[in-house]
Design a protein around this ligand. Structure first.
Ligand code: GTP
Length: 346
């Protein structure tokens, strides 16, 4: 009941202010807002349900519930099907709130009588629609167990505000996920899926500072495919792309998961090896060189073989990363000059 409107409003505004705070979890936000709704409306349970599909919904999936304990991982999500409860779904799809004073006699909720209302002692329901882009996306369902209840206009409006908060939070979460994807793409090489040069420069600075503090060695291997132009010229650019992808996946198999492989550009790559000194980095580079030289890259009937020239250097933690990069580049140049298919220490 909305007896003390100003106190209720203040509490709700505080919870709503977390709508755009993506540092908190989406689930925690839903729990907070429905807990608030249960207290204010003095109902026995509030839950949030989302449609599986907005154009032709078949199911409603329970994604938050005041009955759930906040620290338990909820995995057993209840599901309501359109097939079983068509009148309820049809009513929700109109977008109108369902204020079912007596849930057993209201035509929109009577379908729940034997399977749900009676077994759980639910007598009254107030359901408000969560919209997304103006289309029903889910519901906030408030249930009471104290007999039929005449829902007041203010109570319906209050429940609708809760549903609107959920709508906005869902949108914010989706925008945030999109932003994350864009950020990931900005640091990724589209062809190989490896990190790109922009990522490398930032990552290397962070690793230099981390390794300086921990007084640990950091090394890198620059890898350049030999005579790659000839592969393009012989088989075409498309096959050259396939070779680059095969190269990347072969390297990933040889390297440790904590090593970071980036594409500097063209057929030039760099692997950053944390906690590794120059001797060990040399062995890693040799392993890479041998694995790549044994790789048979298939394209139709063709089996393409490659070799690589590698420059190994231990990163000088006292100098800017670009200096160590130059050193590795020089080592690659030397490896090429000495006949390719080899590893040179810089
Ligand atoms: N297919 C394909 N080719 C690329 C890509 N990026 C750069 N290249 C080609 O890679 C080739 C690099 O040639 P070069 O720099 O002459 O080197 P190389 O032929 O490997 O010779 P060495 O390094 O001296 O052994 C050029 O022909 C570029 O066009 C790409 O994304 N896909």
């Amino acid at each position: 009941m909305l007896n003390d409107l100003s106190e209720v409003t203040q509490r709700l505004r505080r919870v709503c202010s977390q709508e755009v705070d993506v540092s908190g979890s989406y689930q925690a936000f839903l729990q907070d807002i429905i807990d608030e709704g249960r207290t204010t409306l003095a109902v026995s349970r509030v839950s949030v349900w989302l449609f599986d599909d907005h154009t032709q919904p078949c199911f409603l999936l329970n994604v938050a519930n005041t009955d759930w304990s906040s620290n338990a991982d909820q995995t057993d999500y209840a599901k309501l099907s359109y097939e079983r409860y068509p009148a309820y779904f049809d009513a929700l799809m109109t977008g109108e709130s369902i204020a079912a004073h007596d849930a057993e006699t209201d035509a929109r909720t009577a379908e729940f009588t034997y399977e749900y209302l009676r077994p759980n002692g639910i007598t009254t329901m107030l359901d408000t629609v969560i919209f997304k882009n103006g289309v029903p996306h889910g519901i906030v369902c408030c249930e009471g167990d104290g007999g039929p209840r005449q829902w007041q206009m203010a109570e319906v409006s209050y429940a609708e505000i809760i549903a609107d908060c959920c709508s906005r939070r869902i949108l914010v979460s989706e925008l945030w996920a999109l932003q994350q994807q864009l950020t990931d793409l900005a640091f990724q090489d589209a062809l190989t899926g490896l990190k790109n040069r922009r990522y490398l420069m930032d990552y290397a600075d962070r690793e230099i500072s981390r390794h300086t503090r921990a007084e640990l060695p950091l090394s890198m291997v620059m890898v350049d495919i030999d005579h790659f132009k000839a592969i393009n010229d012989t088989y075409g650019h498309e096959v050259g792309d396939i070779v680059l992808q095969a190269f990347a996946s072969c390297c990933k198999q040889v390297l440790r998961t904590e090593d970071c492989l980036c594409r500097l550009g063209g057929e030039e790559f760099i692997a950053i090896l944390p906690h590794t000194n120059a001797d060990n980095a040399y062995h890693v580079a040799e392993r890479l060189r041998i694995a790549l030289s044994q790789e048979q890259i298939r394209y139709g009937p063709e089996k393409i073989m490659i070799s690589v020239s590698c420059g190994v250097t231990q990163v000088n933690l006292q100098l800017p990363f670009s200096q160590s990069l130059k050193q590795a580049d020089h080592a690659v140049y030397q490896a090429k000059a000495e006949g390719r298919n080899r590893v040179v220490r810089g």
